[in-house]
Design a protein around this ligand. Structure first.
Ligand code: ASN
Ligand code: ZN
Length: 333
C-alpha cells in the first residue's frame, strides 16, 4: 500500500457499487487516483468556466447511486477514467492517453440541461453534462471511453475531424469506447455494441448508435458510398463501426450478454468473426502505426490489412477476415 492511496467504495448512477482509488489527506479523502497518473474529478457546480472544485469526502463511501447526490455522477466519471486507463494499459501497454503516464481529469455537473460530454485536448480533461430533465447524466462508461479515445487519436493518427477521416475518428472512439465497456464488464451495464444505451438521450430508451446495424439510428451509414464523407462524422462513422462489429462477431443473428444483434452486409457477403480482442488489436495497431490525419476508408482498409499482417501474418485467417469484413461494408480493394 502506497502512503495516502486509499481504496474506497463508490455508488455511481450507472456503474453500480465499485471500488475507487482515492487520496487520503489529513482527515479528508480526495477523489484523486495516485495509482493511475493522478486522475481526479471536479464539480463544475453547473458553471461552464474554470476547472471546478475537487470532490472531497469525510468518509470512504462516495455517492449513493442517485442523481440527486452530486457525488454519484462523479463516481461514474472517476471509474470511467480508471477503466479507460486500465483498458489501454492492460490491452495495449499504453500508459495514459498520451502514453506518458499522465492522467486526465474529469469535470462533472457542467452547465444546466447540458446533453453532451466532450474531451478537450487543451485542458487534457473530460467534461460531462447532467442531461436535460428526461435524460440521465452523460457519465456512462462507453461515453467515457469514447471521449478519452479522442485524446488517444489526437496523440496518434490525429485523424482530421471532417469527411471520411472524421468518420474514422468518431468510429475509433466508438470502437475503443465499446472495448472499455467490455473490459469493465459491469453487472449494472452488461457490455454491448450499442453506444450510450443507458443515458436515454432520445427520451424513448433507444441508444445513440448501433455498431451492428448503424442505420437503425435513422442517420448513420451501414456501408460505404462515394458520398459517405458528406455525412456528419457521427454518422459516417457507421461504416467503420459496422466493419468492427462484423470482424469481431460476424454477420447474421447473434445474442451476446442478452443483447440481440442481426448485422446485415452488402452483396450477400457472409463474415465469420475473429473475436473482439483480436479485432481491437488490429484497429489499435492500424490507428497508431498506419493511419494519418488524412486516412480515408480505402486507407483504413489498407492500414488494418497491414496491421493484421504484422500481428497474425499475411494470408492468416485474421487477415482474410479483415478483407471480408471491409467487403461486407462495401469497402473494396
Ligand atoms: N460527444 C461528442 C463527441 O465526442 C462531442 C463532439 O461533438 N465532439 O463526438
Ligand atoms: Zn466523439
Amino acid at each position: 500500500k502506497v502512503e495516502g492511496i486509499e481504496t474506497d467504495t463508490g455508488h455511481g448512477v450507472f456503474v453500480g457499487t465499485v471500488p475507487l482509488t482515492t487520496t487520503a489527506s489529513g482527515s479528508t479523502f480526495q477523489l484523486k487516483d495516485g495509482s493511475r497518473g493522478g486522475q481526479y474529478t471536479t464539480d463544475m457546480g453547473n458553471g461552464t468556466s474554470g476547472n471546478g472544485t475537487l470532490f472531497t469526502n469525510s468518509t470512504t463511501t462516495w455517492g449513493d447511486g442517485t442523481v440527486g447526490n452530486r457525488q454519484s455522477a462523479a463516481v461514474d466519471a472517476q471509474y470511467g477514467t480508471s477503466a479507460t486507463w486500465d483498458f489501454y494499459k492492460n490491452t495495449f501497454g499504453r500508459t495514459g492517453i498520451r502514453n506518458d503516464g499522465v492522467g486526465a481529469y474529469n469535470r462533472v455537473h457542467y452547465d444546466t440541461g447540458y446533453v453532451n460530454a466532450f474531451w478537450d485536448d487543451t485542458c487534457f480533461c473530460m467534461t460531462y453534462g447532467d442531461g436535460a430533465s428526461d435524460t440521465h447524466p452523460l457519465t456512462e462508461i462507453d461515453v467515457a471511453g469514447h471521449e478519452m479515445t479522442h485524446g488517444v487519436t489526437a496523440a496518434t493518427a490525429n485523424l482530421n475531424y471532417s469527411g471520411e477521416s472524421g468518420g474514422l475518428n468518431e468510429a475509433t472512439s466508438d470502437i475503443l469506447g465499446t472495448m472499455v465497456e467490455f473490459s469493465a464488464n459491469l453487472p449494472s451495464n452488461p457490455p454491448n455494441y450499442l453506444i450510450g444505451e443507458l443515458i436515454n438521450i432520445n427520451g424513448d430508451g433507444t441508444p445513440l448508435r448501433y455498431m451492428d446495424h448503424p442505420s437503425k439510428d435513422g442517420a448513420s451509414a451501414d456501408s460505404w458510398s462515394s458520398t459517405v464523407g458528406n455525412l456528419d462524422v457521427h454518422n459516417s462513422s457507421g461504416v467503420a463501426n459496422h466493419f468492427f462489429y462484423l470482424l469481431s462477431e460476424g454477420s447474421g443473428a447473434k445474442t451476446i450478454n442478452g443483447f440481440n444483434y442481426n448485422s446485415p452486409t452488402v452483396n450477400g457477403i457472409s463474415v465469420t468473426g475473429i473475436g473482439r480482442d483480436k479485432a481491437a488489436q488490429i484497429w489499435y495497431r492500424a490507428l497508431t502505426t498506419y493511419f494519418t490525419s488524412t486516412t480515408d476508408y480505402a486507407g483504413a482498409r489498407a492500414g488494418t490489412l497491414s496491421a493484421a499482417t504484422d500481428l497474425y501474418g499475411a494470408g492468416s485467417a485474421e487477415y482474410n477476415a479483415v478483407a471480408t469484413a471491409w467487403a461486407a461494408v462495401n469497402v473494396g480493394s
